[in-house]
Design a protein around this ligand. Structure first.
Ligand SMILES: [Ca+2]
Length: 173
């Protein structure tokens, strides 16, 4: 059973990438007709993200990884991303704006670079009971940048930690 499932998954992933490319071409044509269309730009960024870091598009501006354990949201110009209950989220800009990378797993280390989010975080929200310790591994020894206690958030990580987060350890509630 396992080899068959693996093949199916690969086939699905290939189909998703093909769709993304086709949609991207459509978006490019649309941009020609309506210059600066935010939705077209979002779709272009989705295609770029999948080409660079894999994942499957599961909605407008939404890319899912690891069978749903991780999601990247690329919001349109009209609407900010929202960190749902039961997840903890990293945001590209202050005040929970820009791209949002959301997780729900606990009990180990996870690497933001796997999703193109290394040195990228400026604000965060933790809508779980887990505790998350976030590190910079570009310095020796690795530096603890901040700790996300259960149900807390920060509109900005501050100048010292801005765009430095590389990985985190999540302690289960
Ligand atoms: Ca770093």
């Amino acid at each position: 059973m396992r080899p068959i499932r693996a093949i199916t998954r690969t086939a699905i992933a290939r189909t998703a990438v093909t769709c993304a490319v086709v949609i991207s071409v459509g978006a490019a044509m649309s941009t020609t007709a309506h210059a600066g269309t935010p939705d077209g730009e979002v779709q272009r960024q989705v295609a770029t993200q999948i080409a660079a870091h894999g994942g499957t598009q599961t909605g407008p501006g939404e890319i899912t990884y690891r069978n749903g354990a991780v999601k990247l949201i690329i919001p349109s110009a009209r609407q900010a991303a929202t960190c749902p209950g039961g997840w903890y989220c990293f945001f590209q800009y202050s005040n929970y704006r820009g791209r949002m990378l959301q997780f729900q797993d606990c009990g180990g280390d996870q690497f933001l670079g796997d999703y193109g989010f290394r040195n990228y975080t400026t604000s965060w929200q933790n809508h779980t009971g887990h505790t998350v310790e976030v590190f910079d591994e570009d310095v020796q020894p690795w530096k603890l940048l901040w700790t996300e206690h259960p149900t807390t958030e920060a509109v900005s990580v501050g100048t010292e930690a801005d765009n430095r987060a590389d990985f985190f350890t999540t302690y289960c509630a």
